[in-house]
Design a protein around this ligand. Structure first.
Ligand code: PGA
Ligand code: ZN
Length: 428
């Protein structure tokens, strides 16, 4: 039974205020969770409530904190912390808007996750087990590590936002992390040599932010680093992209600005077709702008048998938008960010619906993060097989990878690393 709910402001990885909530149960359980924040947000995401005004240059969260302490907390006291669905729908009702703009999705998501953690703690089980239920083997996810940052996450001219590696050719999660770290550090040398010392400053998600102009430069650097580290691109290590195309789409011209050139939707599609022929790319996120379900469907029908086409801004973890995507066969994979929709229950419904429709699910961080590790538990508990949480650097990114290392150790023989399963297309 929930005894207390309280909130405070803390800072996120970009030095902006964010909301942290704590839930205490009568059984001695405790849960603490924080809201992350995106930079390249989808326009259909639930609303992050900010104070405006002078303090924190308009990014304060005192209204969201107040909403937890004064509006949400009194209604949650006395409820059973295990009744996640009831609590989440109660918060949605209290908010009363379609996009959680009254109480703020940042307030609601922090409480929703803190409730789950408190319930798990009260039952003395780890969060992944609480989410995943008893029985069955857990799956440790393949990490998608963003090691070159572009787009809205870096001060360079790369059109695509994220250039990721997927260390699939490993027997364990810890071995996958070792491979990723070796490639990450080899890449540092590769970039330094070609672009100078400034090239290895890192972006918001811990990846390097070299002064590159063309997407192929980044892909070539990844291939070089993988080989130089002693691996075979396309074997142990695959590539993944987050184009985040809404952010290089020019609405007035109905065109995409890629590598300094203007491309029509058809030309961009052909560009992707060439890239997947030239490079071992296993996944492309948001290849077109967030309203163009048709273009996504066309790309998926052409390469969906060999490449994951992932909806992030396209779906914003929203069941309605996902349903449209399923109907139109827009993608074969869906990104999951709890704060895009605001509650754990809605996020889990979305993940289940995606999986039931044959889509891969990738649990994801935001570019503005905290030390919160809930997403590591969600990926393991829901057995999604994939997690995207930045480079193997910067504390808010390593917090998630380190938690997965702990979970792997704790589960010992009761978990399998998704790598080779994912490679053979055996996940979903
Ligand atoms: P965001 O970026 O958190 O800045 O929205 C992450 C992503 O696009 O996947
Ligand atoms: Zn994205």
């Amino acid at each position: 039974v929930i005894e207390d709910v309280r909130a405070r402001m803390i800072l996120d990885s970009r030095g902006n205020p964010t909301v942290e909530a704590e839930v205490v149960t009568r059984g001695g359980g405790f849960g603490r969770a924080a809201a992350p924040a995106g930079a390249s947000k989808g326009s259909h995401e639930a609303l992050e409530l900010r104070d405006e005004g002078k303090a924190f240059k308009g990014k304060g969260v005192s209204r969201a904190v107040y909403n937890i302490n004064s509006v949400i907390a009194p209604r949650l006291r006395g409820l059973d912390s295990r009744h996640q669905r009831l609590i989440d729908s109660l918060m949605c009702q209290l908010d009363g808007t379609p996009n959680k703009s009254r109480l703020g999705a940042n307030a609601i998501v922090a409480v929703s996750l803190a409730v789950a953690k408190a319930a798990a703690d009260t039952a003395s089980v780890p969060l992944y087990e609480y989410i995943g239920g008893v029985g069955g083997t857990f799956i440790l996810p393949v990490p998608l590590l963003n090691i070159i940052n572009g787009g809205a996450h870096a001060g360079n001219e790369l059109s695509f936002q994220e250039f990721m590696i997927m260390p699939v050719g490993a027997d364990t999660f810890s071995d996958a992390i070792r491979i990723a770290v070796e490639v990450y550090h080899t890449l540092k040398g590769v970039l330094k040599e070609k672009y100078g010392a400034m090239a290895v400053n890192v972006g918001d998600e811990g990846g390097y932010a070299p002064p590159m102009k063309k997407n192929r430069e980044a892909l070539d650097a990844l291939i070089k680093a993988i080989s130089k580290a002693g691996y075979t691109p396309g074997q142990e290590v695959l590539l993944a992209l987050d184009a985040a195309a809404s952010h290089f789409y020019d609405k007035s011209r109905n065109a995409y600005i890629v590598d300094g050139e203007q491309l029509s939707r058809e030309e961009l599609l052909e560009y992707y077709m060439r890239l997947v022929d030239e490079y071992p790319i296993a996944s492309i996120e948001d290849p077109f702008y967030e309203e163009d379900f048709e273009a996504h469907a066309e790309l998926t029908s052409r390469i969906g048998n060999r490449v994951a086409i992932v909806g992030d801004d396209l779906y914003v973890t929203n069941l309605e938008r996902l349903r449209k995507g399923v109907e139109m066969r827009a993608t074969n994979a869906a990104l999951l960010k709890v704060n895009q929709i605001g509650t754990l229950t809605e996020a889990m419904d979305y993940a289940r619906a995606a999986a039931a429709s044959g889509m891969k699910v990738i649990v994801s961080h935001r570019s503005g993060e905290t030390e919160d590790t809930a997403i590591a538990h969600i990926a393991v508990g829901m057995r999604t097989g994939f997690i995207k949480t930045g480079a193997p650097a910067r504390g808010e990114r390593t917090a998630k990878y380190n938690e997965l290392l702990r979970i792997e150790e704790e589960l010992a023989g009761d978990a399998v690393y998704a790598g080779r399963l994912a490679l053979r297309g055996l996940i979903y």
